[in-house]
Design a binder for this molecule. Structure first.
Ligand code: PBG
Length: 334
């Protein structure tokens, strides 16, 4: 804890704010391009970008365009890109078999990026929802999302992604026991250096709305995800989940969504001192851009202020759709 300040006028806090030089000297937290992970949406086809109406300036990209985007990200210094596939509705099945097909869209995109832009880390999403006929992150039997059978499917999916060259696996499914199962399967398969960034404290949130449009899961989803994602009222549970996932072999942990859950980020960092990330999710992006595009707030300034908030709350990095814009702003001295 900071000591109590000397009484006025011995302490005048405005002295240290009186010039940009002094403000810079005193700044405790900074954002750098190294803190950014850029989530992108991939679709089939060639040389096409399909805009996502609820996410201005975000589009689904064909694999060739994603490779281009990865190249641009790398040249801006962004360390990692995170792939989310848009799967045609006719290819979604109740068994989600496409999820672990070595030649599926996500795995082809990973291979193409690693071949063309080897220096950028590729993160993949380990969850069944894009492939699932009913939009859930788990396999559904008689209306129940079954845990253990889903974990088996996730392990197959994770291995296929590691084989394709993924550097970071991001299990975003919230099943129990999947980190340990994935970690031992990766070790057994010789993928001992593939990292796991566990979506450990992921809340059942309405802030995911635009994302579900982007990956085409909104139409498919029946019901909600409250039996596996967390209740927004909970915080101790987040710590227990994080302790569990670390013990099972996660290298990094995530809190999701971001800004509404910064208290969780801070508790996690203070308690565990491990690489901690937050996901500034689609709805957060949409809110900022919606207000900015209406002229109600200064978009660039609010973007940078929202990103520094994650760092201040203890995060080591942020998954954000703003990654390229933020990298450009940092480069320009913002
Ligand atoms: C699903 C998944 C979701 C997001 C990432 N992975 C949505 C959900 O849980 O329904 C949300 C990301 C965002 O909103 O930007 N596995």
């Amino acid at each position: 804890m900071a000591l109590p300040p000397a009484p006025f006028p011995a302490a005048r806090f405005r002295r240290m704010r009186s010039s940009a030089a002094l403000r810079g000297l005193m700044r405790e937290t900074t954002l750098t391009v190294d803190d950014l992970i850029w989530p992108v949406f991939v679709m089939e086809g060639e040389d096409t970008a399909t805009p996502i109406p609820s996410m201005p300036d975000v589009a689904r990209l064909t694999v060739d365009r994603v490779v281009q985007a990865a190249g641009e990200a790398a040249s801006l210094g962004i360390p990692a890109i995170c792939l989310f596939p848009y799967i045609e509705p006719s290819l979604k099945t109740p068994g989600c078999e496409l999820a672990w097909d070595p030649g599926n869209l996500s795995n082809r995109a990973t291979r193409a990026i690693k071949a063309a832009v080897p220096e950028i880390a590729v993160m993949t999403d380990v969850a069944l929802d894009p492939y699932n006929a009913n939009g859930h992150d788990g396999i559904v039997r008689d209306g129940v999302i079954v845990n253990d059978e889903t974990v088996e499917a996730l392990v197959r999916m994770a291995l296929a992604q590691a084989d394709a060259g993924a550097d970071i696996l991001g299990p975003s499914d919230m099943m129990d026991g999947r980190i340990g199962a994935m970690r031992s399967a990766l070790e057994a398969a010789g993928h001992e250096n593939v990292t796991i960034l566990s979506y450990a404290a992921k809340y059942a949130s309405a802030f995911y709305g635009p994302f579900r449009d982007a990956v085409g899961a909104s139409g498919a989803l029946k019901g909600d995800k409250k039996t596996y994602q967390m209740d927004p009222g909970n915080t101790d549970e987040a710590l227990r989940l994080i302790a569990r996932d670390l013990a099972e072999g996660a290298d990094m942990v995530m809190v999701k969504p971001g800004l509404p859950y910064l208290d969780i980020c801070r508790r996690v960092k203070d308690r565990f001192g491990v690489p901690t990330y937050a996901y500034q999710v689609s709805g957060e992006y949409a809110m900022i851009r919606g207000a900015a595009d209406n002229g109600w707030v200064d978009g660039d300034k609010v973007m940078m202020e929202s990103l520094i908030a994650f760092k201040r709350a203890g995060c080591d990095g942020i998954l954000t759709y703003f990654a390229p814009a933020a990298a450009r702003a940092l480069r320009a001295g913002g």
